[in-house]
Every structure is written in structure tokens, then in C-alpha cells.
Design a protein around this ligand. Structure first.
Ligand SMILES: Cc1ncc(C[n+]2csc(CCOP(=O)(O)OP(=O)(O)O)c2C)c(N)n1
Ligand SMILES: [Mg+2]
Length: 549
């Protein structure tokens, strides 16, 4: 691409001293705190990246699912938009599933997508991309600025769009735009924005009356309640009502502390289970969760006929698709705090509503470790501020049952259902939260989707503990096929994940014995917050013989 650069400058010698679109874009990035850029570069991005300013940090990931996964973790960890850079069709195409995960996990991302040079795009040169529809409607916003000098403003607008829409906002930038003069382009987005949707007096009065008149209310908390303010408000509200609080099924994040005595467990992911769990409740208040997140289809209504359902969410799409009696589009923390203040105090459950399973007996001599041994040992040792990133499909229910989420980042998983988020996502989270212990619990199959993220974790010295539960294949798929009536055509596999991890620069250990597992966790967990290197603990486990989502 040197010829491009020379040509561009040679064409318009006057440009050399002028402030470029690139310079103006860097200022937007600095202004908006987008100073860590996750990327995987290609030739169409060289004019942007070559001679990168020292005050901006470029973080390389080796596949675009890792680029977006790292950025998603970084955004979730900081609670602010992150920026990712993708290479035209090949890069954006590779990233689509990860962008879908960012959308469903509500992670604000500004995504800069490279494109060929405008001056010959009409001839479809090598690397020209048909980019605008490539990610479908997973982005919250897609922009291809009409003029080069609109690029910095488009980036700033994308920052707003990502913040409001809490998903990926794409800006496609042809490579010749970067060295164009910035000129005196006007701003195309507000300097500041307020989003005061706290709910009005009438709404709060109506909800207060509904709950006050309810005999047996219940709360469902979801990923949209996974922040400190909403947790505090929901705790106050649940304690006022003395009512059980369920976690939505298959949510991205926990909406309520799972060690609280009013925590009732995880809602079943099918209608029959849902009806049974919420049976006898006259009012169900779903906070930051759609009504209701499901996985396998089963016929019938979602709830029994006497149950009135109210959803409170700040996500318009979630409100729109919820078959509730009432949807309130407002900030859940503000609504719940006001309700807690107004409602009268009721007698509540005094004892924990959710029974955690007993510790598993140690494996018999010669028998393999089970996932439950690992999960129990972790639950027993992890500090309350640990960030757990989950991607262990057949063991997810047991992880939920054994490891309570004790902070809003105490459980993070890819709510899109796409594998390949945990390794980069945990890496980004730890980069954003360098003082918090971060543990990813990952299946062997899942780890292979973005195994190359370990290289980024190693190179940038990111101290995540990756626990890979190696059960020799896709156990969940095997169980689902069995439940369907016959085995699937996929083979099992025996891949030594620790060896792959070492090749990628990460320290790794393979564990086959229970004693060694316990010793390793005793040694490692106290030092997790201070780790400066990733470590992969590959634990060879017996595949579980049952699976019920
Ligand atoms: C990108 C992507 N491809 C395929 C799937 C389908 N899928 C769901 S679970 C699974 C197997 C996971 O295997 P592993 O991580 O080893 O977990 P285990 O079931 O063994 O616990 C597959 C292939 C998916 N969810 N995402
Ligand atoms: Mg597996």
C-alpha cells in the first residue's frame, strides 16, 4: 500500500501539511474514550493504521470473531462503547456472528470497516466489499459516509448510536478517505446526550397499585437488570414484597444476586416448565428481561391464565416483542427504586428459596473427574467479585446451580447462542477490569472456535484463568441427538487444548486427577486478581450423560 500513499500525496502535494480525515478521526476517538482499538488489519486499513499515534493502543486479535469478542468484553467490563476495526468483506464476514452476540449481549461497539479505494470501487477491484448488508440487521446502525470529510462526524454519531442502541454501530470507510483533508466539516451529532426515561408519576402509581393489590407476586430479573443500580433497586423491591426473584433463562448476565435468600433459581426455558414455576402467581414483574426467553418449543401458554405479566425494560425491542399485560419502557433501576419506596412492607421468605446441590463425592479410584467436581471446587474458592464467563453448553445448568453470580458481572455468556465468545470475551473483560479475577469456564468444542484469542491474551499479558472442560467432543449435541431418538453423524474428538494453548503462547496445564485439580485451584485462585499472564487449565472430564436445558 505504499504506492497508494505515495500516489495520494503525489496527486495533491498540498495535502502534506493539511489536517487529514485521519487526524480528525483520531481526535474523535480520543474525545470519546475510544483509545484502545481492537483489530485485525488488512491492506484497506493500512492508510489508517500505518504510523499509528502513540497515545492510542492497537490490540491485535488473530481472527475477527476474537477482535469483536475482545471488544465486547472490553465494552461490558467498562460499561462504555469499545471500538473494533475490521477488514472489508473477509473481516466483516468473519465477524458477523460475534457482532450478533454483541447485539444480543447489548454491548455498545463502534465498528470501523475498511473498504477499497472509492476511485475505482465501480470496477470491483480486489478486496472491494459489498459491506452495507453483510451483517444483516444485527448492527444497530450502518453508515457509509458520502464524503471523506464526513468520516470523523460519522464515527462520533456511531458512538452515540452504539450507546443508545447498545449494540454494534458500523462505519464503512474507503481507504482513500483517510488522507483526504479534514476541511472544516461540521459536527453531525450532539456533544452530549441525556436519556431521562425514568418513568412518570402515573406509571409508578399504576405499578404500585398493581403490586399492592397482588397476593402472590414474583419477579423475573434479566440481563437488562445487570448493573449495580438496578441490583440495589431490585433487592429493595424484592425485600419489600418478600417475593421470589427468578433469573430469566439463557440470559447474558444476572439480574439479581444469586446468593440472596429471595433468589428462587433459573426459570425453565420451555413453556411447560415456565407455567409450573410461575404457577399461582397473580402478578409477575419481569425486569430487564423479555416475556419470556425460551429455548426448546413446547406448546401452551407462557403462564397460567390468572397471572398478569408486566415487563419493565429500557430496550424498546424487548418491550415490543413481549406478550405482557403491560410493558413499561423506562430505566428499570429508577422504576424499581420508586416502587420499593412506595410499597408497604410484607412478610417474606426467611430462608433461602433456592437449594444448591450437595458437594459431589470425590471420583472413585480410576474414575474420571466430572464437571461438577470442577464447578464445586470453583464455587468453594472464588471470591465474590470474580467475573465468570461461561461457554460450557452441557454443563451450564450445573454451573448455574453451583456457582452463584454475586455481582452483575458474576456471570457472562453469549446470549446469541454462538460459540466462540468466551475466550476473547474474557480477555477483553480482564483488560477492562485488571484488578478483578476473571475465569472463563469453556467446553473443549467451544474453545476451538476462537482458540487464537489465547495469543492475544498471552501477548498482551492478560491474566485470565481459562478452565477448559475437555469431555472429548460436543456432549450437548450428543445428548440432544439422543433425546431426538438417534445419534448424530458427528464424531467425537480428542484434542489436547493445553498443547494448542502453549503453541499460542499461553501457559497451560492438563489435569486428569481430582487431587491435582484441587491442588491447582488452591494454588491459583488466591492469586487470580494479581495474575499478569493467562493460564489454561485443561481438565479432562467425563461427559455428562443427561442434559436438560
Ligand atoms: C458458532 C456455533 N456453531 C455451532 C453451534 C452449535 N453448538 C452448540 S453447543 C455445541 C457443542 C459444544 O461443545 P463443547 O464446548 O465441548 O461443550 P459440551 O457440549 O461438550 O459441554 C455446538 C457445536 C453454536 N452454538 N455456535
Ligand atoms: Mg465438550
Amino acid at each position: 500500500m505504499f504506492s497508494y500513499r505515495t500516489l495520494a500525496l503525489g496527486d495533491t502535494g498540498a495535502r502534506v501539511s493539511e489536517r487529514t480525515v485521519r487526524d480528525a478521526t483520531f481526535d474523535v476517538l480520543r474525545d470519546r474514550g475510544l483509545t484502545t482499538i481492537f483489530g485485525n488489519p488488512g491492506s484497506t486499513e493500512v492508510p489508517f493504521l500505518a504510523g499509528f499515534p502513540d497515545d492510542l493502543r492497537f490490540v491485535l486479535a488473530l481472527h475477527e470473531a476474537s477482535v469483536v469478542g475482545l471488544a465486547t468484553g472490553w465494552a461490558l467490563g467498562r460499561g462504555e462503547p469499545a471500538i473494533a476495526l475490521l477488514h472489508t468483506t473477509a473481516g466483516l464476514g468473519n465477524a458477523v456472528a460475534a457482532l450478533a452476540t454483541a447485539r444480543v449481549n447489548r454491548a455498545p461497539l463502534v465498528v470501523l470497516v475498511g473498504q477499497q479505494d472509492r476511485r475505482h470501487l465501480a470496477l470491483e477491484p480486489f478486496l472491494a466489499g459489498r459491506l452495507e448488508n453483510l451483517a444483516g440487521d444485527y448492527p444497530v446502525h450502518i453508515d457509509l459516509p458520502l464524503l471523506a470529510r464526513d468520516v470523523p462526524g460519522a464515527l462520533d454519531r456511531a458512538w452515540h448510536e452504539a450507546t443508545t442502541g447498545r449494540g454494534p454501530a458500523l462505519v464503512i470507510v474507503p481507504m482513500d478517505d483517510w488522507l483526504e483533508p479534514a476541511g472544516d466539516a461540521e459536527a453531525a451529532s450532539p456533544r452530549r446526550m441525556l436519556r431521562p426515561n425514568a418513568g412518570d408519576e402515573q406509571t409508578v402509581a399504576e405499578l404500585t397499585a398493581l403490586l399492592e393489590g397482588s397476593e402472590s407476586p414474583a419477579i423475573v430479573a434479566g440481563a437488562g437488570a445487570a448493573d449495580a443500580d438496578t441490583w440495589a433497586a431490585l433487592i429493595a423491591l424484592a425485600e419489600r414484597l418478600g417475593c421470589p426473584v427468578w433469573q430469566e433463562a439463557f440470559g447474558a448476565r444476572p439480574g439479581f444476586p444469586q446468593d440472596h435468600p429471595l433468589f428462587a433459581g433459573f426459570l425453565p426455558a420451555d413453556r411447560a416448565g415456565l407455567r409450573a414455576a410461575l404457577a399461582g402467581r397473580d402478578v409477575v414483574l419481569s425486569v430487564g428481561a423479555p416475556v419470556f426467553r425460551q429455548y426448546p418449543f413446547t406448546p401452551g401458554a407462557l403462564v397460567e391464565s390468572g397471572t398478569r405479566v408486566v415487563v419493565v425494560t429500557d430496550d424498546p425491542a424487548e418491550a415490543h416483542r413481549s406478550p405482557a399485560d403491560l410493558a413499561v419502557l423506562a430505566t428499570p433501576a429508577a422504576i424499581c427504586a420508586q416502587l420499593a419506596e412506595r410499597l408497604s412492607q410484607r412478610e417474606g421468605a426467611q430462608h433461602p428459596l433456592f437449594d444448591r446441590p450437595e458437594p459431589p463425592a470425590a471420583p472413585r479410584a480410576g474414575a474420571r473427574i466430572r464437571a461438577g467436581h470442577v464447578l464445586f471446587a470453583l464455587a468453594d474458592r472464588l471470591p465474590a467479585d470474580a467475573v465468570i464467563v461461561e461457554e460450557t453448553p452441557s454443563n451450564r445448568p450445573e454451573l448455574h446451580n453451583r456457582i452463584p453470580a454475586r455481582s452483575p458481572l458474576g456471570f457472562v455468556s453469549a446470549a446469541m447462542g454462538g460459540l466462540g465468545f468466551a475466550l476473547p470475551g474474557a480477555t477483553g473483560l480482564r483488560m477492562a477490569l485488571p484488578d478483578r479475577p476473571v475465569v472463563a469456564v469453556v467446553g473443549d468444542g467451544s474453545s476451538l472456535y476462537t482458540i487464537q484469542a489465547l495469543w492475544s491474551a498471552a501477548y498482551y499479558r492478560v491474566g485470565v484463568l481459562f478452565i477448559v472442560l475437555n469431555n472429548g467432543g460436543y456432549a450437548v449435541m450428543d445428548r440432544l441427538a439422543e433425546q431426538h431418538g438417534s445419534a448424530g453423524p458427528w464424531p467425537s474428538f480428542d484434542i489436547e487444548i493445553s498443547a494448542l494453548a502453549q503453541t499460542l503462547g499461553s501457559e497451560a496445564r492438563r489435569i486428569e486427577k481430582h487431587d491435582a485439580l484441587v491442588a491447582a485451584l488452591d494454588e491459583l485462585i488466591p492469586g487470580l486478581a494479581a495474575r499478569t499472564e493467562p493460564l489454561v487449565l485443561e481438565v479432562v472430564v467425563e461427559p455428562d450423560s443427561t442434559f436438560r436445558p
